[in-house]
Design a protein around this ligand. Structure first.
Ligand SMILES: [Zn+2]
Ligand SMILES: [Zn+2]
Length: 116
């Protein structure tokens, strides 16, 4: 079957059940409208990984087969290098680092969260 959605969505579907989403915003402690932010964007990580491995995915079966391997190789980025933020703080972070922050800004984002 051909791809109907962005590749990253197939990965997110599989990975998100194990996200360690907190019960409050790491910055302000709000407990409502919480988001889970990855310091390493999933889309960027996946594109980088596919490029590195010179893999081109054109079929749904392809990504369904590969996502397990991708997740296994990125457990730190997917589950540990992430933070729970309220929607407001999540938006503010992305207004500074962009809608799709570059992978090299991961450490800077982490520092930004710490100093708020
Ligand atoms: Zn907040
Ligand atoms: Zn985010």
């Amino acid at each position: 079957m051909t791809l109907k959605r962005d590749l990253v969505k197939y990965v997110r579907d599989k990975a998100k059940s194990k996200y360690k989403k907190g019960t409050e915003c790491y910055i302000c402690g709000a407990t409502e409208k919480l988001d889970f932010h990855h310091f390493n964007g999933l889309t960027e990580l996946l594109e980088f990984w596919l490029r590195k491995k010179k893999i081109q995915v054109t079929e749904e079966e392809g990504i369904l087969r590969l996502r397990k391997q991708f997740i296994a190789e990125h457990t730190t980025e997917l589950y540990d290098e992430a933070v729970t933020l309220c929607h407001e703080h999540h938006l503010r972070l992305h207004s500074i680092y962009g809608k799709r922050p570059k992978l090299i800004t991961a450490k800077k984002q982490q520092r930004w969260v710490e100093i708020q």
